[in-house]
Write a protein that binds this ligand. Structure first.
Ligand code: TRP
Length: 326
């Protein structure tokens, strides 16, 4: 069994990314052959400053290593280091209809935000399909926001197979049921994100203890005072989800732990749990980030492992569609 996933090199990673997807990367590599890519080709679908992109790519790699992605077990690499991604994306572009890309909700959101739209942003989901299909991945652990892109990937794979003969494995999205969606601390109707309306809505994995205390204390709550998960209490439910995942308890156990405690005591406990959980990650991050040469070496080794598989798939694809051998 093989898994593949990716993340954009945005530099900072928030708790929603971690709980929704990244902690599963770490868990999966114990049993499965794992490929994890930093999607720098995807990053340039919106405007990037070159120096900032370089810095963010290094620090995203450092965070991934700090949370426990282990280069001895997994291939951790940059999308731009494996040329096969762009090449397969082109081929898949020629199988993708305009109208199916126009239906992609993430494209519509980003196009609205950016003002002008590039062909690259439009074709973003096709590149993502290439990322996945190159490795013949069985499972793709992603957050819920990537569901539509995974559906497109599956459709493109079966379209290709139908037209040209069995070439691609049809991948499954692996969306974790509990905590797949961590919401914004200031607006629990929106998911936690880099671009939330309030800077206090997201917890970064590198936040200091003081920042964490301030954000958790200031998190919005619902009317009433009971620490209980319910659809009428979206804010408290979100905090309980975070607490229960990080402390390895069920939501029900967590509710019992804070029965009659009130919001303030629950928030204090949540803040301290978060701080303790993140401390070893932050220590490792400082270590890893201080040796850029080593990060680059890890990424190069990862790309080598990845390329071996990607090149094999791309050769089969080219043969299937009728290109002459090189
Ligand atoms: N689009 C994904 C995101 O923004 C990142 C990504 C790129 C990805 N390539 C991938 C995720 C391949 C899964 C598989 O989160």
């Amino acid at each position: 069994m093989r898994i593949l996933s990716g993340i954009q090199p945005s530099g900072e990673i928030h708790l929603g990314n971690y709980i929704g997807a990244l902690r599963h990367w770490v868990a999966s590599q114990e049993e499965l052959e794992s490929f994890y890519l930093l999607a720098d080709l995807h990053a340039i679908t919106v405007t990037q400053d070159p120096k900032a992109l370089r810095e963010r790519t290094l620090s995203t790699a450092a965070v991934l290593l700090a949370i426990g992605v282990d280069p001895a077990r997994s291939a951790l690499f940059l999308q731009s280091h494996v040329g096969e991604h762009a090449e397969l994306a082109w081929i898949l572009n020629c199988l993708t209809s305009f109208s199916e890309l126009q239906r992609m909700t993430q494209f519509k959101d980003k196009a609205n935000r950016e003002g002008t739209t590039t062909l690259g942003l439009f074709a973003y989901p096709v590149l993502q399909a290439a990322d996945i299909l190159l490795y013949q991945a069985d499972h793709v652990p992603v957050g819920e926001d990537q569901k539509q892109h995974l559906e497109l990937t599956r459709n493109l794979a079966s379209r290709f197979n139908t037209r040209f003969g069995a070439t691609f494995k049809i991948p499954q999205a692996a969306i974790a049921p509990a905590g797949a969606r961590i919401m914004d601390l200031q607006d629990p109707s929106k998911k936690m994100s880099k671009s939330g309306a309030s800077p206090d809505g997201a917890i970064w994995l590198t936040d200091t203890p003081d920042a964490i205390r301030k954000k958790i204390r200031g998190a919005v709550t619902d009317s009433g005072s009971e620490v209980k998960a319910s659809s009428r209490k979206p804010a408290v439910t979100n905090l309980l989800t975070i607490y229960s995942i990080l402390s390895n308890k069920s939501v029900h156990e967590s509710e019992q732990e804070f029965a009659g405690a009130g919001y303030a005591r629950f928030k204090d406990a949540l803040a301290e749990t978060l701080i303790a959980y993140l401390q070893p990650i932050q220590n490792r991050f400082r270590d890893v980030a201080s040796d850029r040469g080593e990060i680059v070496r890890v990424l190069h080794r990862g790309a080598e492992k990845a390329r071996a598989i990607a090149a094999h798939t791309l050769d089969a694809v080219k043969q299937s569609i009728g290109f002459l051998p090189r």
